[in-house]
Write a protein that binds this ligand. Structure first.
Ligand code: ZN
Length: 263
């Protein structure tokens, strides 16, 4: 995309942001590829190396061998080293400017929090790799702590309070969506005036219903994604480009309009 085209798109998005009160951002794998995290579903992604059918929630619960393999893979991606990129920082800046109701994410990488968004404004629909949870009593540990257990030779970690099974606090294949997060995401999607999709192809349900709820409720839709999505025709602005470049420009533009000096 040439500079002039990018500028006209970012100008249009910045105007929408200035004019709207309640803005929801919705993010998918495309916002995190610039942090070096491969899209799990794309070529080279995790699910081209492993069969998701072998790692369902039901198999994790019922088969010790599945648990052993799952914990062996716990550090396939060095999550503790992964850092937010320009697009995450731009979304965090929206919050600082009072221009963000919440960010709803399909990602499990925890990068919106690391970029500086506050906990009560990030809805993680598919959970997070940053925590490990006891499936029996709900006790939680930071990921780093459980990595320490694995380093000491523990193969299948169990809860030190109740002996229950531990699992990464992500939503696995075959596992129910988290009720509170899903309801809150739906409610905020229906209540917003502007819904901005960043880096999602909008094909994974029920997450992909969120922009549909927003549009049904009269919100304007913006889509920033490298590839076309099924909702492109319903969007006020569609940009097929990388999230980092677009969002950085959008925020520069918004700050200029608000009379805030470029940082
Ligand atoms: Zn427990």
């Amino acid at each position: 995309m040439d500079e002039a085209a990018l500028e006209s798109f970012t100008e249009a998005i910045a105007c929408l942001l200035i004019d709207t009160r309640r803005v929801v951002v919705f993010t998918g794998a495309g916002i995190s590829t610039e942090s070096g995290i491969p899209d799990f579903r794309s070529p080279g992604g995790i699910w081209t190396k492993y069969n998701p059918e072998d790692f369902t929630y039901q198999k994790f619960i019922s088969k010790p061998e599945t648990r052993r393999l799952t914990w062996q893979r716990f550090r396939d991606i060095p999550w503790t080293k992964v850092q937010p990129n320009a697009a995450h920082f731009a979304v965090a800046e929206m919050e600082k400017l009072g221009k963000l109701d919440c960010v709803i994410t399909q990602n499990v990488d925890g990068l919106h929090r690391l970029a500086g968004n506050s906990a009560d404004r990030v809805i993680e629909l598919h959970g997070t790799v940053r925590w490990v949870v006891c499936l029996n009593c709900g006790k939680r540990w930071p990921r780093e702590e459980i990595e320490g257990w694995l380093d000491r030779g523990v193969e299948i970690p169990l809860c030190d309070s109740c002996g229950g099974l531990l699992k990464s606090a992500t939503i696995s294949f075959g596992q129910a969506m988290p009720v509170r997060e899903t309801e809150e995401a739906e409610e905020r999607s229906r209540r917003c005036d502007l819904f901005i999709v960043i880096g999602s192809s909008l094909v994974v349900y029920p997450a992909a219903y969120m922009p549909v709820y927003a549009v049904q409720s009269g919100a304007k839709l913006v889509i920033i994604n490298r590839d076309p999505t099924p909702l492109d025709s319903q969007a006020a602005v569609v940009v097929h480009a990388g999230a980092g470049d677009v969002m950085t420009e959008v925020l520069e533009n918004v700050k200029a309009k608000l009379g805030i000096e470029r940082g």
